[in-house]
Design a protein around this ligand. Structure first.
Ligand code: FE2
Ligand code: FE2
Length: 333
């Protein structure tokens, strides 16, 4: 996906009121609103409110960071995959996640963000990535549980983003969701093999699901009542469904899948509610979520340290690529 970074001229400064500028801005804003109302896409060269641009950069960057940090917990098992087939699948999946990061950083660049700056914010802790990747992968079964639950939750979150109002983000998500769907299925298939294997393998699969279930539910973000950015993001059609709505959809999908796997979900309050037409589920430990967000999860330190080291080790590649580009010029690239 070749995307050129296009930085629109920011709207005229409001500190020097000018009737002409104000009228022009109002006209541009009306076009922007009409685009949203018609469910059409906002493109990089279109005028957009500063807040819309900033919200998208923050969200897309956080998403991109999650993709590349998310490579670490699973990469931990590549050398110890139980068969060549499993190893090849896992390598392909981890590589896909790097690709997702690439599409997303490119989408952020179309909004005028610099990739170096975004990575710097990740490395210095000024921008976040999904809290789920701060949990450890203790056994091989964790790879299956991540595919089934973490990639599964990602799909529920991301399918609506294919209709996001910002064109480059929406289009990146279409491709990403296709790959996430493969990730989810391979996780399910891997867990099924373990669940139907020896008693030890079954216990390992159950233990992994027990540890990943609640953190997966936290991936949908805080409850609607505490979600600070939601209302504006819904109005801008960046977000299409509330956190709780998506979380409920995930629970409803997972319960029958867990039955098919022959595994249980670690929630004694999980039961079908006829009146609501949904599964009820127990209370989520939001204190744990906040602790992990604040950097106190089991692996926060380890993930960022490894990420910074990988970035430093790759400096020579970036330098060589820049030198090559400078030597050959854009026409030969
Ligand atoms: Fe991904
Ligand atoms: Fe994935």
């Amino acid at each position: 996906m070749a995307m050129t970074a296009v930085r629109e001229t920011p709207p005229a400064s409001r500190s020097a009121p000018d009737a002409g500028h104000e009228a022009a801005d109002a006209g541009l804003e009306a076009v922007f609103e009409a685009t949203l109302a018609a469910d059409e896409r906002v493109e990089p060269r279109d005028w957009m409110p500063d807040g819309y641009r900033a919200t998208l950069i923050r969200q897309i960057a956080q998403h991109a960071h999650s993709e590349i940090i998310g490579m670490q917990p699973e990469a931990n098992w590549i050398t110890r995959a139980p068969s060549l087939r499993r190893k090849a699948i896992l390598m392909a999946k981890v590589q896909d996640e790097a690709g997702h990061g690439l599409y997303l950083y490119s989408a952020a660049e179309t909004l005028g963000a610099s990739r170096d700056e975004l990575l710097d914010k990740l490395h210095s802790g000024r921008q976040r990535y999904s809290s789920i990747f701060n949990y450890p992968t203790l056994t091989w079964a964790d790879v299956g549980a991540i595919g089934w639950l973490v990639d599964g939750a990602a799909i529920i979150n991301q399918v609506p983003l294919c209709r996001c109002s910002y064109g480059p983000y929406a289009r990146a998500m279409v491709r990403i969701c296709k790959e996430e769907s493969f990730h989810q299925r391979q996780g399910f298939e891997s867990l099924l093999a373990l669940s139907q294997g020896t008693p030890e393998q079954h216990a390992m699969a159950q233990d992994a699901v027990d540890r990943w279930w609640w953190p997966s539910l936290m991936m949908f973000g805080p409850p609607d009542a505490d979600s600070t950015h939601s209302a504006q993001s819904m109005a801008w059609k960046i977000k299409r469904h509330s956190n709780d709505e998506l979380r409920q959809r995930f629970v409803d999908i997972c319960v029958p899948q867990a039955e098919a796997l022959g595994l249980t979900l670690p929630d004694p309050e999980l039961r079908w509610n006829d009146e609501r037409g949904h599964y009820d589920y127990g209370a989520i430990d939001w204190d744990e979520f906040q602790q992990v967000l604040r950097g106190n999860g089991p692996c926060n330190e380890q993930r960022l340290t490894r990420r910074r080291r990988a970035h430093d080790n790759g400096a020579w590649v970036r330098e060589a690529a820049s030198a090559y580009a400078a030597k050959h010029g854009p026409e030969e690239r």
